[in-house]
Ligand binder design. Structure first.
Ligand SMILES: [Zn+2]
Length: 146
């Protein structure tokens, strides 16, 4: 689920120019990810949901290695939005950050646990999406089918 969420987040950034998920609730059976969608201001269309699902599953189906490496904080700060990390992450001139890569498709800072290859993920199924006008949050609920 967690690795699938990386691919989902990376795909959302590519498709809509939004940020990665602002909050996620990942569970074994069903998960949800919330995206700041104020710039788009609406729910996904069925076509967009289909495209999103297809792209994520294409990437999963490429059986990509999932790897992690440490990079200097300053270098990471140039590539990633680190504003949501705790300040302690930047402590000291030698601070390093763990970057998780899904093949050549997605990279982001993360300290979580991941599968070692996308072949272990299964297939993504988006259960529903909805957009909250008040908060500007797009919520995507998804499952993984084996
Ligand atoms: Zn992660």
């Amino acid at each position: 689920m967690h690795t699938a969420e990386h691919i989902l987040g990376g795909t959302m950034v590519r498709m809509f120019g939004c940020g990665r998920a602002v909050t996620t609730h990942l569970e074994k059976k069903k998960s949800k990810a919330d995206f700041d969608f104020r710039n788009i201001g609406r729910n996904l269309t069925p076509e967009e949901t289909d495209d999103l699902t297809r792209i994520v599953n294409d990437q999963i189906g490429r059986h990509q290695a999932v790897t992690a490496r440490m990079v200097p904080y300053a270098a990471a700060a140039q590539e990633f939005d680190l504003s949501r990390l705790p300040e302690t992450a930047a402590a000291g001139p030698d601070a390093m950050l763990r970057i998780v890569c899904v093949g050549d498709y997605d990279r982001c800072p993360c300290i979580g646990e991941h599968v070692s290859n996308t072949s272990e993920i299964g297939r993504l199924r988006i259960v529903s999406t909805d957009y909250d006008e008040q908060t500007g949050i797009l919520r995507i609920r998804f499952k993984l089918d084996r």
